[in-house]
Design a protein around this ligand. Structure first.
Ligand SMILES: C[S@@+](CC[C@H](N)C(=O)[O-])C[C@H]1O[C@@H](n2cnc3c(N)ncnc32)[C@H](O)[C@@H]1O
Length: 280
């Protein structure tokens, strides 16, 4: 069978299950099965495919028909121009979260040493991206999920920053440490209604603990802000990602726990997404 025929078959199967972007998904899955780039696949559509690779492709098409996210099928997701390993143990890094990296870098002069804490580090995408840009900084990935922390460790190794990161598996409630210069966090912040409205891809396959912010979406935001007030150096910066509808309440919480909100910044679709504040 030729690549082109298999590709068309994959597309047809995905269309039959109403999967959005069936052409792109089939191309990504086939290039992954062939262990080549999408570009290379598209200029070699007439090549024949062997049975082993064909089976691998059809297995993944079948998983995609069950709505398994494409990033879990190919075990990678690009974030801040780097490919991170992902599987169902971690949230798939979102492009909007790159805003935290962008904001963090504004506060770290190029050759200075800063100690950074990433609360709810998941795949490690935020802290690893910052450390790759700032060679004299070090940090801690903290996550309640041991599985997620193992993925972060693997990513840190792949990106050659593992010597500058400590990995701590704990609930933020139980974390006591010295003071940090910068804390970054993308906590679980969806409320019960948001969770019930999620696309099946997210609801059924991404870790619930990475998404669920309790009844009103604030249970982890509350904990984190309260805890950060003792984990942060004076004048240290806290950068937190929240939903646009949580901005005002989060700012009030920050003020109540001794932070001065410096500014709010918008994500790629123009929604308020990050709050940057200083410890008074
Ligand atoms: C929204 S995900 C963010 C993952 C990653 N930082 C990112 O931006 O892609 C939230 C992470 O917080 C972790 N988490 C949830 N509750 C926690 C808690 N109480 N203490 C520490 N980590 C927690 C979850 O395991 C998950 O990895």
């Amino acid at each position: 069978m030729k690549n082109i025929d298999l590709l068309r078959l994959g597309e047809k199967l995905l269309i039959s299950k109403n999967i959005p972007n069936p052409i792109l998904d089939a191309e990504i899955i086939l290039s992954n099965a062939l262990n080549t780039s999408r570009e290379n696949l598209l200029i070699n559509l007439e090549n024949k495919i062997n049975n082993y690779k064909k089976t691998k492709f059809l297995e993944k098409i079948n998983s995609r028909m069950q709505k398994v996210p494409i990033a879990y099928l190919i075990n990678k997701k690009e974030f801040w121009s780097t490919e991170f390993y992902v599987d169902q143990r971690v949230l798939i890094p979102r492009p909007d979260t790159e805003l935290i990296v962008e904001n963090a870098l504004k506060f770290i002069p190029n050759n200075l040493c800063r100690n950074i804490l990433d609360i709810g580090s998941g795949s490690g995408c935020i802290l690893i991206s910052i450390l790759k840009e700032r060679k004299n900084c070090k940090g801690t990935c903290l996550d309640i999920s041991k599985d997620a922390l193992n993925v972060a460790k693997f990513n840190a190794k792949m990106q050659h920053v593992e010597n500058r990161i400590k990995f701590i598996n704990t609930n933020i409630d139980n974390f006591f440490s010295y003071k940090y210069d910068l804390i970054v966090t993308n906590p679980p912040y969806l409320n019960k209604l948001n969770i019930s409205n999620l696309e099946e891809d997210v609801k059924c396959y991404e870790p619930r603990i990475a998404l669920d912010g309790g009844l009103d979406g604030f249970s982890e935001i509350n904990k984190i802000i309260k805890k950060c007030s003792s984990l942060m150096k004076k004048n240290g910066k806290l950068i937190i990602e929240v939903d646009e509808f949580q901005i005002n309440k989060t700012i009030k919480l920050l003020e109540n726990f001794g932070f001065y909100p410096n500014f709010v910044s918008k994500d790629l679709s123009g929604k308020n997404r990050n709050i940057i504040s200083s410890k008074i």
